[in-house]
Write a protein that binds this ligand. Structure first.
Ligand code: MTE
Ligand code: HPA
Ligand code: MOS
Length: 775
């Protein structure tokens, strides 16, 4: 019974002992070279020339390559418009333009300052409003319409109009982008990359080098974190390393420094969302009109898909009877923004959570009342603004339970009393929700494949397209396969991901890596289970060894598969009670010349969304949760503490409760970092200034809630997914928003009627400025 158990993460020992191998831990090969990408020192304009002649004279420097050396110099998951190396038009400051190659990194860093760029600077755009004014767009989405938003707004007793703004976020994975390219025979290339998307990395490398896809293999053992940042943007760096390997016929290693990684790669999309909301005197939302603007940065990347997900999540956990939601991605001269945990969902949901705080202030009511009033219900008011029925909807129960278990009502009274009394501090309290749609919104990505190999001693190797980035997907796959065969988890190893074994895979993303790849692995395991059961059925029937043929397909097999059970390292025939040990049945299968390997393909059923009408079922199901946070702000300095956060999530029946707890806790802390201290600063030329841990503030342990309760509800209604589990990777990220709404609630407590203009992130400085507005 492996499923449901708290077995340790398959890399936990390796991570604490140093045994886990990351890209830059791979031993140097003879002749291997190091690659240092260097970016252009301008955000817009034209790159006229690069002079690296002086750099080439420096000791340890072997070569330099530019755009001209590439066979094909554009890539892009959705729109292939981004150069791998700048050729002429500059997209953003520090955009890679030249690859300096040498024997060691120290020499390259010394030589870097001798590289000269001749640039003709052009006009640059750095903000969403400037981009709107200059009509600089990457993508405009079809509007989502439900009911008649204009009419409902006109009739609404109360209206609020405003713009909600949230900032970007650096992924801050501990391992920067890294890859090594090994040139093989006949011009083939083997890439080891820190990538969430080995298939795309394979494809981008092949195109850049003029190879066919079958000439490139991409291997991913693990990442030291990805968080979406390595979904698309790992690929161009692999192409850079591969270019060097191809030209020099030597292995080439490209491992970015933290600073270069932060300056060169895209981040979470900042959004500015203009809205008008209509509501009644009790706080019931009657109409929402909104235009979401995402800052895509210089190139399209995944921005259109991210905007789509923001538009899907602008309802948060709340029913919208009449809504009109538009969306655009603007093009600016900043690094190309990309996937980041939540993929637009947080930026959409936070808008309505912010609006609800405004409504509460305006009506002088508690925001939880507004939330309960608008929360999606179970039988009525349970269809989203894009027409998806929520099915079994645990949100009302989650709100009710957390309200009780967190002692919300009493604490609200205590906080009100504290705020009336205190001259030095103000407290805030707020409960928010996550209702995260599970599936890639691009339907074709909802597929995966797996192969399962049983060896003669009964141990098992599994390979899928999933990539391990710390989230525990390997451990979950290990558990479901061990469970299928009734063997201990230790008897199953999940192997490095490779495009040679699993091809045409989707990125490990959209929180569905575990869903899709566990399902594929279970399907493959089932094929082997059936053959073994067939063999045992023949053994029990006394069929002579030599006559046991290959297992026919199930229909013809007359296999009574239901009569067989795999548990405790035994295969048992239930009607007779006879069993055979796992090792024995495996040996018998081998000597009977039966296949002990199986490959399976899986696709998520039931998805259908019509982009023209913006109606349908984009998601397989939703993962839901609620969180309530309490903050205390120092009125003199704006500094604050998170006194307490309580989280309640519905993850169905968890495959590995411990791993899921880690995901919920980590995602919440990452989410609260986004809305509190993680602020990106650029100089007037568009160069990122906050490009290291000293200038970019992620939460540390003291920033986390002083009291932190993470709980789960029992949900036996969920039948959608692998062993009735629910995806966990991204949904709890959105719960970090409760810290920001609590800060807003604290500022609102000092408001004499002014609607808040607080943006996200709300740093202590921002809190001080907001409080000053109310003095
Ligand atoms: N957890 C860790 N430790 N490291 C990561 O990089 N990425 C998150 C989430 N949890 C991430 C993580 C993101 S963005 C996604 S989409 C999911 O994991 C991907 O994995 P899954 O689909 O297997 O849950
Ligand atoms: N989520 C995450 N990553 C993605 C998606 C999505 O919906 N679509 C394409 N990449
Ligand atoms: Mo996660 S942003 O879907 O990689």
């Amino acid at each position: 019974m492996s499923v449901g158990q708290n077995i340790p993460h398959d890399s936990s020992r390796g991570h604490v002992t140093g045994g886990s191998v990351f890209i830059d831990d791979r031993p140097l090969m003879t002749g291997e070279v190091q690659v240092l990408p260097i970016g252009v020192p301008a955000a817009a304009g034209t790159l006229k020339s690069i002079d690296f002649s002086e750099a080439l004279k420096a000791s340890g420097v072997l070569a330099a390559f530019t755009a001209q050396d590439l066979y094909h110099n554009s890539w892009g998951t959705i729109v292939p418009e981004q150069p791998i190396l700048v050729a002429d038009k500059i997209g953003y400051y520090d955009e890679p333009a030249v690859l300096l190659v040498g024997t060691d990194m120290e020499s390259l860093l010394r030589a870097k300052k001798f590289v000269r760029f001749e640039v003709e600077k052009g006009p640059a755009i750095f903000t969403i409003d400037e981009a709107i004014a200059k009509q600089s767009f990457i993508y405009k989405a079809n509007a989502f319409k439900v009911g008649d938003a204009d009419a409902a707004l006109a009739k609404a007793p109360h209206r609020l109009k405003g713009a909600f703004e949230c900032g970007g976020q650096e992924h801050f994975y501990l391992e920067s982008n890294a890859c090594i390219a090994y040139p093989l025979e006949d011009g083939q290339m083997e890439i080891h990359a820190s990538s969430q998307h080995p298939t795309e990395t394979q494809h981008v490398v092949a195109e850049a080098l003029g190879l066919s896809l079958h000439e490139v293999v991409c291997v991913v053992k693990r990442m030291g974190g990805g968080f979406g940042g390595k979904e698309s943007q790992a690929a161009p760096f692999a192409a850079m390393a591969a270019l060097v390997a191809q030209k020099m016929k030597r292995p080439a290693r490209l491992c970015l420094s933290k600073d270069d990684d932060m300056m060169m790669t895209g981040k979470r999309h900042p959004f500015k969302n203009y809205y008008e909301v209509g509501f009644d005197g009790d706080g019931k939302i009657l109409a929402l009109k909104a235009h979401l603007y995402a800052d895509g940065g210089a190139y399209a990347d995944l921005s259109s898909s991210i905007l789509d997900r923001a538009m899907f999540h602008v309802d948060g956990a709340y029913y919208l009877s009449d809504a009109f939601i538009e969306g655009s991605v603007v093009r600016t001269n900043l690094y190309s923004n990309t996937a980041f945990r939540g993929f637009g969902g947080p930026q959409g949901t936070m808008t309505i959570e912010s609006i609800i705080e405004d409504i509460a202030l305006y009506l002088k009511k508690d925001s939880l009342h507004i939330r309960e009033l608008n929360c999606y219900q179970k039988d009525v008011r349970n269809v989203t603004h894009y027409g998806q029925n929520l099915g079994h909807n645990p949100l009302p129960d989650l709100f009710t339970e957390l309200k009780k278990s967190s002692d919300y009502v009493t604490r609200r009274q205590e906080i009100d009393a504290f705020n009336a009394r205190s001259k030095t501090h103000v407290k805030g309290l707020s409960m928010t929700a996550t209702k995260f749609g599970i599936a890639f919104t691009a339907r074709f990505l909802n597929q995966g494949n797996a192969s399962v190999n049983v060896h003669k001693d009964g141990t098992v190797q599994v390979s899928t397209g999933a990539t391990e980035m710390g989230q525990g997907v390997n451990t979950k796959i290990q558990q479901v396969v061990a469970h299928a065969f009734g063997i201990p988890a230790q008897a199953v190893k999940v192997m490095a991901t490779s495009t040679e074994k699993n091809h045409n895979t989707s990125p490990t993303a959209a929180s569905s890596g575990s869903d899709i790849n566990c399902a594929a692995a279970m399907k493959a395991a089932l094929g082997i289970q059936k053959r073994l059961a067939w063999l045992f059925q023949n053994i029990l029937a006394g069929t002579p060894m030599n006559d046991i043929a290959e297992c026919p397909t199930l229909d013809e097999a007359q296999l009574r598969f239901d009569e067989f059970h795999f548990e405790d390292k035994m295969l048992t025939h239930l009607p007779s009670g006879k069993s055979l040990s796992w090792e024995d049945i495996v040996k018998q299968a081998y000597f009977n010349r039966m296949s002990l390997g199986e490959y399976a393909h899986f696709k998520t059923e039931g998805l259908g969304f019509d982009k023209k009408t913006s109606q349908g079922t984009p998601f397989k199901y939703f993962t839901n949760g609620v969180a309530v946070s309490e903050v205390q702000v120092d009125l003199l300095t704006g500094e604050y503490k998170i006194l307490r956060s309580d989280i309640l999530m519905d993850l169905g029946r968890r495959i590995n409760p411990g791993i899921d707890r880690g995901q919920v806790t980590g995602a919440f802390v990452q989410g609260m970092g986004w809305v509190t201290s993680e602020k990106l600063f650029h100089n007037k030329d568009g160069k990122l200034l906050s490009h290291s841990p000293t200038t970019y503030k992620i939460p540390n342990v003291q920033d986390t809630p002083r009291v932190f309760n993470v709980e789960f509800i029992e949900n036996h209604e969920n039948r959608e997914n692998v062993h009735r589990s629910k995806a966990v990777g991204e949904p709890p990220f959105l719960l970090g928003i409760s810290v920001w709404t609590a800060l807003k609630d604290a500022a609102n407590a000092k408001s004499k009627g002014l609607i808040s203009t607080l943006k996200s992130p709300a740093t202590p400085e921002d809190m001080l400025l907001e409080l000053a507005r109310h003095e």
